[in-house]
Design a protein around this ligand. Sequence first.
Ligand code: FES
Length: 570
Amino acid sequence: MSQKLRSQNWFGKEGKDGFIYRAWMKNQGIPDEEFSGKPVIGICNTWSELTPCNGHFRELAESVKKGILQAGGLPLEFPVMSLGETLIKPTAMLFRNLASMDVEESIRANPLDGIVLLCGCDKTTPSLVMGACSVNIPTLVVSGGPMLTGKFRGQNIGTSDIWRFSEDVKVGKMSLQDIRQSEAAMCRSDGHCAVMGTASTMACMVESLGLSLPENAAIPAADSRRKVLAQYSGQRIVSMVKENLRLSDILTREAFENAIMVNAAIGGSTNFVIHLLAIAGRIGIPLSIDDFDRLSLNIPLLANLQPSGKHFMEDLFYAGGLPAVMKELDKFLHKNCITVNGKTIQENYSTASCYNREVIASPETPFNATSGIVVLKGNICEDGAVLKPSAATQELMVHTGRAVVFENIEDYKSKIEDPQLDIDETCIMVLKNVGPRGYPGMAEVGNMGLPKKLLEKGITDMVRISDGRMSGTGFGTVVLHVTPEAAVGGNFALLQSGDLITLNVPARTLNAALTTEELARRRAAWKAPEPVTTRGYVSLYLNTVQQANLGADLDFLTGQSGSEVSRDSH
Ligand code: FES
């Protein structure tokens, strides 16, 4: 190790400052020699009983600590804001950037040489990676792992079934008692959602970016090999500090391109777009929304996982895990990207094998030729909108329909079951004001449920358009992330019920049949919504959040501030 350890700016000092930095740490029973030049590794923990997907993280942190100690480092665990997707109101996404600020400042302010990020539930991965990128010291991610596959009355179930079950309850195919009993059957072990939802997508994202050890994405939380991986990660971060292998060495433009291609092959969540753009913005790599469409274009869907397919993350692990998927993508990927273990991405996946072709297909006989994220442009999404074709209905990919417009989520909830609502299956449902500023926080409500009267006719999908997001576990012909969002006055804000809208996925367009004169007439009458608050973090968020096509980060958080702190506190 040639460079001076950052932590020595604290623990290596003499005099009063050194005394204060060391003495209070000694009340935890840390012997004096621990402070004389060992790499200090922070374990950034998102454990919380309010984040059940990360409820096993204290135990996981112990495994990381073992590894750090074995390699001669000093582990120091610290908590950061933890975002539990299922409980936080109005939506966890509102606080992703706040959590990232906590992470960034906690790392920079403390005597840390390297970081292990413990990530699990959806937003806990991007918020931690974003914060760490803005500091840019050696960093490695350990994911919490997916839950075991849910088992309910002879069926495999996972988070995507919530949408099906709730529609079955609406039409009387399932009782309220049945759905209640399915709750414990679905969430029967430690871990995050067991389908290729956002949490699994994020775990695959960090592995394909090279930020975790191989196999990190798919090992179930309850499998003892998750603890072994955590232990090896603890060992490895100590070496990364000695090698000064930083995030910016790993997160190159090619690494981001690899992540986009892998995401296409696994049928990852549309939330991937927002989070990857935000991470690229922090580390300073130019990435645009159009890159997602362009790079996904030739990538077939290889992983047969819900919600695009049938199986679960546990099955992906048994079939060979993400390395086996990446091996199938060898001809597409940038092979020389360096990863946290010091090896190239190709070296990491070259020893993998596929053990189940039902779960991981080959590019020659893919599970679905259509994959990835489609980026649409048009007069109601001037800066873009996204759609996940593998989760959509083929027959609706080119469709013209009459708009049924809901001005906000309350308007939707109050009208959707009204028998008088003028809607049929050829209509296009439009939901406004659920974007970054409009909700605020860009809620996962874009795959709005169909009205009961159409479900009873056997209709299972319709074109739906919103400026919000969709849960990674959701599905349907759902256009999301419309930019500019309604709340900032893009043309999307001007849509009215009865307008004709044409979705043309092959042409990548989404347009309303409205003349520029008509749009101008409506714009003159448009009023911006009042802010929901003028105080606190939400006010800061409302004033500075960027649009979805830029990753919805706060404008002043893009880029890095580095790890230097020039002043002492004493
Ligand atoms: Fe935490 Fe799905 S709710 S990962």
